[in-house]
Design a protein around this ligand. Structure first.
Ligand code: COI
Length: 354
């Protein structure tokens, strides 16, 4: 399929790196493609970033058929622009399509479209340390209709924007509240899809945790409130004795690409990394025995986010003396080293933008 291009006549001013924050600034162009039942995906185009008008009846507003992805483009020291495992994002986008009865996209074409968009907006990839261009592909149901069933029309859109750190803490450890009242997802639901609904479901717990002075919540399973699932919007790892444990993908946990990359790196370093169910009780017991060395979240946005404190039913524990753990730092250095091409790409994870 051909991708039509309409360039902006009013390029926007770039925002200085110190003022970027995360998710506030958007590049000059966006990619957009339409779907209709009788035509399939069609009308692929790159156009100036702008508002889009929709009828109030479109189905995403009512029944939430919305999925998204998140990845980043990095400016290397040589001035090149690269992506980290982008094919994994489009593969997962299709898995999310299946979960929400959204028609699949052609993954190779989506990557081609992204590369074309980035070649047009390359100047938007910032070069200050710790900055990158966040890429947000998403699909929404655009059929104006009020009956509950999968929509017959969709938009697949990719927007991008320069970002700094996701958490104000950066790599500094965050305080985490173990959530025992609200749940993020249950097995059989949407938990393993990157569905916007999962993020809507997380907001109330997040707000209440913040009011109590915590940065994020640790999610437990939706049935027993026993097994650890995720932390905030990230996957989670615990270092217990000489083992590293991360919750196995049961169906209610997002299969994170940073999670997968950490597992592959840890294995390649000869470390014992285990995917299994792990209860919050086991984590507290390991802490009591002096075996809990560190814990951290993994995600595209923050990369690695060390956990400095946990609070479960009013019982507070401090991890790694509230400092950045050794393994958190090592994984962060390795991942960002590969992403900014300061370190060799032994796994072929890097895709160059021409
Ligand atoms: C991530 O950790 O990369 C996320 O999914 C955060 C995103 C929702 C901003």
């Amino acid at each position: 399929m051909e991708i039509k291009v309409e360039l902006t006549k009013n390029p926007k001013e770039k925002v200085p790196a110190d003022n970027l924050g995360f998710g506030n600034v958007f590049s000059d162009h966006m990619f957009i493609m339409d779907y209709k039942t009788d035509k399939g995906w069609h009308n692929a185009r790159i156009v100036p970033y702008s508002s889009i008008s929709y009828e109030p009846a479109i189905m995403v507003f009512h029944y939430g058929q919305a999925i998204f992805e998140g990845l980043k483009a990095y400016r290397t020291e040589k001035g090149e622009v690269v992506l980290f495992r982008p094919e994994e994002n489009f593969k997962r986008l299709n898995a999310s399509c299946d979960a929400l009865c959204i028609p699949r996209i052609d993954e190779d074409f989506a990557l081609k479209a992204l590369l074309k968009l980035l070649s047009i907006d390359k100047s938007w990839v910032p070069d200050a340390p710790g900055t990158s261009l966040y890429i947000r592909p998403f699909i929404i149901a655009t059929e104006p209709h009020i009956g509950v069933h999968p929509a017959g029309s969709y938009h697949f859109i990719i927007i991008t924007g320069p970002v700094g750190a996701y958490y104000k803490e950066g790599l500094n450890p965050v305080k985490i509240y173990v959530e025992t009242k609200y749940v993020r997802a249950v097995v059989g639901g949407l938990g393993e899809a990157k569905a916007s609904a999962n993020y809507a479901a997380s907001l109330r717990a997040q707000m209440e945790a913040e009011k109590k002075g915590y940065t994020q919540v640790l999610w437990l399973d939706g049935i027993e409130r026993k097994y650890v699932e995720e932390v905030g919007t990230m996957n989670v790892f615990f270092v217990i004795g000489d083992e590293i444990v991360t919750p196995m993908l049961t169906g209610s946990i997002l299969p994170g690409i940073t999670r997968k990359s950490c597992i592959e790196l840890l294995r390649s370093w000869g470390l014992k990394i285990i995917e299994r169910k792990i209860s919050i009780e086991e984590i507290y017991q390991a802490h009591e025995k002096g075996l809990l060395k560190e814990a951290f979240g993994t995600g595209t946005a923050a990369v690695i986010s060390p956990i400095g404190e946990l609070c479960w039913n009013d019982k507070k524990i401090i991890l790694s003396d509230g400092k950045i753990g050794e393994l958190s730092q090592k994984l962060y250095d390795e991942l960002t080293g590969i992403q900014y091409t300061r370190k060799p790409d032994l796994f072929n994870w890097i895709v160059k933008v021409e």
